[in-house]
Design a protein around this ligand. Structure first.
Ligand code: ARG
Length: 469
């Protein structure tokens, strides 16, 4: 079945092109949206007196019967072929109802139809992604609460920098995913306008009440411009950006955990369920789940740049290029949602080794800055203090010792003020962390505050998030 036979002389079609142009294999996922939008639209046609009461009844119940069939037959699309899901529904309706089905597409086009369904899909996808983000936020807070005071080495340039609390480290990711959540909220608002009634590009000549239709379908408002709403997909790009940004955050988390679980670090250990072995090396336990999250981020970023490239040269209004949007969209949403869910499970089940973290803080001279700052408190200019401590570090490095192992007499050669107080500063990562007592800093008090605030944020997000379909 074709929706546009009349203009054509009926010559032979090219099957390669037919296969090339079909989108049913992809957009069949929109089936329930298609049926829902069609039902609401048919009712509007009735109110506009385009359809009689009995035609309306038959069309609505015909669409309802298809919905029931689809919902009870998960394999409904198997062996079916059609140009797209909209064509399939119309063909199926005609098979069930006969000629009255041919009134279905009065005054509407697949252009406003597919834009409407894609927006409905995006709104539901946002809800699903939000739930997954909440799972991960929840896991980060839960693990943070279990380890509220443990120190670990903090790194810059992947070189030992200063001690930080493990919970503080986890909460850094909490902040990132919390922002991802807010971005999703904004994306939902962008998608929340109704295209139906825009027709192919110019609007509808039938007096459908678009406000009522918007309300019926759960849209916040009606799109103001028919050319715009049938041809732009900026809301798709926005969601692809949300997915990509979340995947980039996940990828950094995955990279961190892969490093921290390597035996050289040994701070954490992934559960067996998220690890794999080697077919050759019997000792291996590899963090493949983390690597796959990191790898799949590349695809999502590709989907975003592909979608931007797709739009950049399109003349107004609808062009068939737009059909390619759904492959990118579905793929990115599935990938981001599954990755968030998986990361939540990985974080929740990983073993944490606080003793290894603590031991690692003795290496790398993490308290060097604290020493210099202690000298500042005693009146030494910072630049001078920096120089003295730098020399102390070089002295230790050359002898392969830590701050704890340096004899007092030797230390005093570089730091004339060296005493028991300075030694205590040099050898206590906990004291270093405790001193970072500014808002957002890594002291136990500040981190406890951050944990409480994260807990409050989380319960707020849990109550506002829409249930996922
Ligand atoms: N399958 C198309 C899409 O996803 C909708 C059909 C619009 N086709 C057309 N020739 N106007 O964009």
């Amino acid at each position: 079945m074709k929706l546009w036979g009349g203009r054509f002389s009926g010559g032979r079609r090219d099957t390669l092109f037919e296969k090339f142009s079909e989108s049913f294999s992809v957009d069949q996922r929109l089936i329930l949206y298609d049926l829902r939008v069609n039902q609401a639209y048919v009712r509007e046609l009735a109110r506009a007196r385009v359809l009689t009461a009995s035609e309306t009844r038959r069309l609505v119940s015909g669409l309802e019967a298809i919905r029931r069939y689809v919902q009870t037959h998960p394999q409904w699309a198997k062996g079916q072929s059609s140009e797209d899901v909209h064509t399939w529904v119309e063909a199926r309706l005609e098979k069930e109802l006969g000629p009255v089905a041919r009134k279905l597409r009065t005054g509407r086009s697949r252009n406003d139809l597919v834009a409407t369904e894609t927006r409905l899909y995006v709104k539901d996808a946002v809800a699903g992604l939000e739930r997954a983000a909440i799972n991960l936020l929840d896991a980060l807070v839960a693990v943070g609460k279990r380890h509220p005071r443990e120190v670990m080495p903090g790194y810059t340039h992947l070189q030992p920098a200063q001690p930080v609390l493990f919970a503080h480290y986890l909460l850094a990711y909490f902040e990132m995913f919390r922002r991802d959540f807010s971005r999703l909220e904004e994306c939902r608002a962008s998608a929340d306008e109704l295209p139906m009634g825009a027709g192919a590009l110019a609007g509808s000549s039938f007096a459908v009440d678009r406000d009522r239709l918007a309300h019926e379908l759960g849209f916040a408002r009606v799109a103001r411009n028919s050319l715009d709403v049938t041809s732009d997909r900026d809301f798709v790009c926005e969601l692809l950006f949300c997915c990509s940004m979340a995947m980039v955050h996940l990828s950094r988390l995955a990279e961190d955990l892969a490093i921290h679980s390597s035996p050289g670090f040994g701070f954490v250990e992934m559960a067996e369920a998220y690890s794999t072995g080697s077919s050759l090396m019997p000792q291996k336990k590899n963090p493949d789940a983390l690597e796959l999250i990191r790898g799949k981020a590349a695809r999502t970023i590709g989907n975003l740049s592909g979608m931007l490239a797709l739009l950049k040269g399109l003349p107004l209004a609808y062009n068939r290029d737009l059909q390619e949007d759904k492959t990118a969209l579905f793929n990115a949403v599935d990938t981001a949602r599954d990755s968030l869910d998986l990361a939540a499970r990985i974080v929740r089940t990983m073993r944490v080794h606080p003793a290894r973290m603590q031991a690692a803080t003795a290496q790398g001279f993490l308290t060097a800055t604290d020493l210099a700052e202690e000298l500042v408190r005693r009146g030494v200019p910072f630049a001078e203090a920096h120089e003295q401590v730098g020399k102390l570090v070089r002295y230790c490095v050359e002898r392969g010792i830590t701050f704890a192992e340096i004899p007092d007499g030797d230390a005093r050669l570089m730091l004339p003020l060296w005493d028991a107080g300075l030694r205590a500063v040099a050898t206590s990562p906990e004291r270093s962390a405790a001193r970072k007592n500014v808002v957002g800093g890594t002291s136990p008090g500040q981190v406890a505050r951050q944990l409480r605030s994260a807990g409050r944020t989380l319960s707020r997000l849990k109550t506002t998030a829409k249930p996922a379909k």
